[in-house]
Structures are given as C-alpha cells and as structure tokens.
Design a protein around this ligand. Structure first.
Ligand SMILES: [Zn+2]
Length: 135
C-alpha cells in the first residue's frame, strides 16, 4: 500500500470507525458486507433501519461514512455507487472536518434560501461528478 493511500485511509478513519460500529449489528441481523473499490459496503435490515432514522429531506437510501457505505440493499448501492465514491474522496480530503463542513454547507445553503441538500457544496460536487467516476 502506498503511503498516500495509507494516509487517505488514516485521515478518513475517524469517520470510517463510525461506519464500522454498524458492521457487527448489520451482520448479526442478517445483513451483508463486501469490499468494492476499497470501500466497505454494508446492506441489510439494520443498515436500512439506521438509514430510515437519518432524514435530511425524505428517505436516505445510502450514506457514506469514511470508507464505509451503508445502503438499504445491494441494488441501491449499485445505483448510488459512483455518487457515494465522490463522498469517499471528500472524506479523504476533509478527514475529521468532513461532517462539520458538510453540515455547515447545508446550513449556509438554507440561510441563503436554497436547498440544504441539493445546494450543499459536497452534494453538488457529487451529483456533478458521479457519472464520470468508475467504481
Ligand atoms: Zn450525496
């Protein structure tokens, strides 16, 4: 593993560790986990239960936490993979600061009368780049 790769995983690890906390309950409840492009994807009823409780604006189908992506099911992860990979790259750039920066961007958009999700700079970047990234 190259040093830069190691550092990217290390820098994102505080966020990844939150995602890893969800791994065991997901597997115990019959969910699945697999590594895709260096990212651990977790699906199953527990992951779906967690995602149902996180609501920015309607149901959340997938969520990235560092190098962990939660999804309601495999089909959903397939659909959102390129989008979530952009978020993985954002975590690698921002590390510990990603979640506060993400929330701040949503708040800033809302204060400007814009959409807190679609006008969040991290979401706007993910939606604009998602199709150009290969998983
Ligand atoms: Zn997104």
């Amino acid at each position: 593993m190259k040093f830069t790769t190691f550092f990217r995983y290390l820098w994102a690890f505080p966020n990844t560790s939150i995602g890893l906390l969800l791994l065991i309950p997901s597997l115990v409840s019959g969910g699945r986990a697999r590594s895709v492009s260096g990212v651990l994807e977790i699906t199953g009823s527990f992951a779906a239960w967690v995602l149902q409780r996180i609501s920015f604006r309607g149901p959340v189908a997938a969520l990235t936490l560092g190098h962990v992506v939660l999804g309601v099911d495999e089909e959903t992860l397939e659909w959102w993979r390129s989008h979530e990979l952009i978020h993985v790259r954002q975590y690698e750039q921002w590390g510990l600061f990603f979640i506060p920066a993400y929330l701040f961007s949503s708040l800033a958009a809302r204060l400007k009368g814009k959409d807190s999700y679609l006008d969040n700079r991290f979401e706007a970047e993910a939606f604009s780049l998602q199709r150009s990234v290969k998983s």
